[in-house]
Each structure stands twice: as C-alpha cells, then as structure tokens.
Ligand binder design. Structure first.
Ligand SMILES: N[C@@H](CCC(=O)N[C@@H](CS)C(=O)NCC(=O)O)C(=O)O
Length: 213
C-alpha cells in the first residue's frame, strides 16, 4: 500500500491519513511529491485523479481525499477502530471531523501549515473566531472524555488526525490557548509519529513562496 503525500512542511491534508497509519502501526510506503514545482502536475497525474494529495493506492484501489482515506483505513485495516465505539460518540466524532474538513477557512488561509515558521502574526476577526471555535471543540471534548484517555474522544481516533495540522499551526504562529487546549495541543505534538513528521519537515529544502507568508 502506498500513501502519496506532499511536502511535510506544508501539506496539512497529507498529514491526516499519514498520522492515522503511523499511530496504528500500519505498514505502507510513502511517496512524496513536492508541491508547486514545474513537474508536480505530471507526477500527481500518475496517482491522483484530483491532482491533489493525499492519495492512497492499495492494490487496484485508489482513494483520494484525506477523510475518505481515513475512513477506508479504519474500515479495511482497523475493524472500525478509527472511530469511537458507541453510536452516539461516533456521531459527535463525525460532526467535529466534518466541521474541520469543510470549514475553518479563515484559519487555513491566514495560518497555513508551515512547520519551519515560528513567529506570531496579525489575523482577522474571522480567523480569531475559528481559533475560538477550535478551542471550544477541544475543551468540550477533553472535558467529557478526560477519564478515558488523553485524546479528543479518550482513545485515539480520526478526530485527532484531523486536528493534528491545527496543533502545528498553533505552534508555528504561537497562538495563546487556554490550559486544556494547550495541553491537548502538546499531547498531539508529543506523539512519536508527529515528532517524526516534524523532523522530516524541518529537514526539507523546498521553499514554496505560494504558502510562505
Ligand atoms: N479535500 C482534499 C484537499 C486536498 C488538497 O487540497 N491538497 C493540496 C495539498 S495540502 C494539494 O494537493 N494541492 C496541490 C495543488 O492544488 O496543486 C483532501 O482532504 O484530501
């Protein structure tokens, strides 16, 4: 099985399924395609019908879109363990995952993932509102599931993978967080797979002007 990803410094969408695979110890080959290069589209065309990363190639099956890949991994390799156990918890988990997948545009645009960046910056009211909403989601879930483990739903789930790039953005732009959110951010950043991704990102040489602020 191959996971095709973009630059580790910049590609927030790539991190999500990569983190899920690593966190559950599933074996896969990593294929990295540098984004925004002259040959990027040609290289992506070999794997990705959407010409975007991430893409999972498992035998004859091609799955594109980070959430669809996480869903597939959970069904095919984890007997559903990517999601919480109870129907109600799964419904809430899918709600926050969908909210992340289809929203937070100001946060994404104004605070792009850039692991090598380390400096605060001025953001608009819309981005500030997105940060407040992330803090509310993290705080509410940690409050509810604190006795079941350190992750958003106690046990590690796809929700943690979806928010992992947000933790990296908060780190890069030095966003001040209340204690509970700060602690959860640190839990994400301390995961060995996240540390490995960050180490690789820092050693990458490509500098993409389109993403740098
Ligand atoms: N909704 C998609 C978004 C994928 C996406 O936008 N990927 C970006 C990289 S992080 C990409 O491939 N950009 C290359 C391009 O647009 O040329 C997902 O969740 O996988």
């Amino acid at each position: 099985m191959k996971l095709v990803i973009g630059n580790k410094n910049y590609s927030s969408w790539s991190l999500r399924p990569w983190f899920l695979l690593k966190a559950f110890g599933i074996d896969f080959d990593e294929v990295k395609i540098g984004l925004y290069q002259a040959n990027t589209a040609d290289r992506l065309r070999q794997y990705s019908p959407s010409l975007k990363v991430p893409v999972l190639v498992d035998g004859d099956l091609v799955v594109w879109d980070s959430l669809a890949i996480c869903e597939y991994i959970s069904e095919q390799y984890l007997a559903g363990e990517g999601w919480p156990e109870s129907v109600a918890d799964r419904a809430i988990c899918r709600s926050v995952v969908a909210e992340m997948h289809s929203g937070f545009f100001a946060l994404r645009n104004e605070l792009p993932m850039n692991i090598r960046h380390s400096k605060p910056l001025d953001v608009t009211e819309a981005a500030r509102k997105d940060v407040v909403r992330v803090v509310q989601v993290w705080g509410g879930l940690r409050d509810k599931y604190q006795h079941e483990g350190p992750w958003l739903f106690g046990r590690f789930s796809i929700a943690d993978c979806m928010f992992a790039p947000v933790a990296l953005r908060f780190r890069s732009y030095q966003i001040e967080l209340p204690n509970v959110a700060e602690h959860y951010k640190q839990t994400l950043l301390d995961h060995p797979a996240m540390k490995a991704w960050m180490t690789d990102a820092i050693s990458e040489k490509e500098h993409i002007d389109e993403v740098e602020l």
